[in-house]
Design a protein. Structure first.
Length: 368
């Protein structure tokens, strides 16, 4: 979106905040503007695709916003021994085969209680199905409604199961919004987790929990076992977050589909979005410097490269036309090229791993 259009939105944002302070509420508009401003500041390349600002774009912008929010949940992506591949966290073939069924079912729900366009929930729904079913959903109840939500449900079908899961999720949204305000539902990681955790713990939990943690979820389980079905996990939201983030990161690769190594390098880079910059850092999800990030991404693809930016920038094979998976090199700095003139890099102290446009006159090295 052009800068002048972004600037045009800001006066409305200031007006909304001013009216909020007077006690008036414009929750839908606030949600739209927050989504827009986040889109402007963090996903510039996606924003360029918008021709203007309207109600339909609001939903698309919010989808980008919530995706970005999930991708910043670094603590969700801490894998055991820091050695597992995110590939293990992707949707199973059986769950992925439900994608069109989920999207079509949500699209056909004309009167729904959700805050945003129905189909914007598709990826989150799939991530929940993955965790609820363990990647092996049944044909008649893929969302495990009879296990976790309504044990008395009868005559289940895939569509009915999907509808019931969607209604539970959006009921948790509504319950949370009643107490904390509509714009808080997806305003931060902890609130988002609280809403998702409510899918297995109920709307009462979503209403009573402003910020999620495993400990408070477990305390709720211990105190409400008579109201809960199945054996709900206190870490359900975290597990959903892992699958959602891995799925989103895996869908971003735009390079040579035949090169598995390059794809894994890029996927690994996406998993580190939101990781804090730490000088000399080599610990994924906790702290990385620029060369620590590039080395980690290559290691996840089975490639060994030097530790620091200097040797990385002089090794491998020099390339003049970069492809996703190549290292973007500057004097004293490196990043992972992801296509479209963009890279993922660890910038400097006080910042986090992020996506930026390639600037200046870098050179490129390839190790795959």
């Amino acid at each position: 979106m052009p800068a002048q259009e972004a600037e045009a939105v800001l006066p409305y944002y200031r007006m909304i905040i001013k009216e909020e302070r007077k006690g008036k509420r414009y929750p839908k508009v606030i949600a739209a503007v927050l989504a827009a401003t986040t889109l402007f500041s963090t996903v510039a390349s996606a924003a360029e695709g918008f021709a203007g600002w309207n109600a339909e774009n609001k939903d698309d912008a919010w989808t980008v916003y919530t995706t970005t929010d999930w991708n910043s949940m670094a603590e969700y992506m801490v894998l055991e021994n820091n050695s597992s591949s995110t590939q293990a966290l992707h949707l199973s073939t059986k769950v992925n085969s439900l994608r069109n069924t989920v999207k079509d079912t949500l699209k056909n729900l004309d009167d729904h209680p959700g805050l945003y366009k129905n189909t914007a929930y598709t990826e989150l729904m799939l991530a929940m199905i993955q965790v609820l079913s363990g990647g092996n959903p049944s044909a008649d109840d893929p969302c495990c409604i009879k296990t976790y939500i309504d044990p008395d449900a009868r005559d289940m079908t895939a569509e009915k199961s999907i509808r019931k899961l969607f209604y539970r999720l959006t009921a948790c949204e509504e319950a949370h919004a009643v107490k904390y305000g509509e714009t808080s539902v997806y305003a931060n990681n902890e609130a988002l987790q609280a809403v998702v955790q409510g899918v297995v713990l109920g709307t009462k939990y979503a209403r009573e929990t402003e910020k999620y943690s495993v400990s408070n979820a477990q305390a709720y389980i211990d105190g409400h076992r008579e109201d809960l079905h199945g054996n709900p996990s206190a870490s359900f939201a975290r597990e959903v977050g892992k699958r959602y983030t891995a799925t989103q990161s895996g869908s971003q690769y735009v390079g040579n589909q035949d090169n598995e190594v390059a794809r894994k390098i890029v996927e690994a880079a996406y998993t580190q979005l939101g990781t804090p910059y730490v000088w000399g850092g080599t610990t994924p999800y906790r702290g990385l410097d620029c060369s620590g990030l590039t080395q980690y991404c290559h290691r996840m693809a089975g490639v060994t490269i030097p530790r620091t930016s200097g040797p990385q920038g002089s090794g491998g094979m020099a390339v003049t036309t970069p492809e996703p998976g190549d290292i973007v090199c500057y004097s004293g700095h490196v990043g992972i090229y992801i296509g479209g003139g963009q890279m993922i890099h660890a910038p400097q102290p006080g910042q986090v791993v992020c996506i930026v446009k390639v600037w200046g006159n870098p050179w490129y090295r390839r190790y795959w």
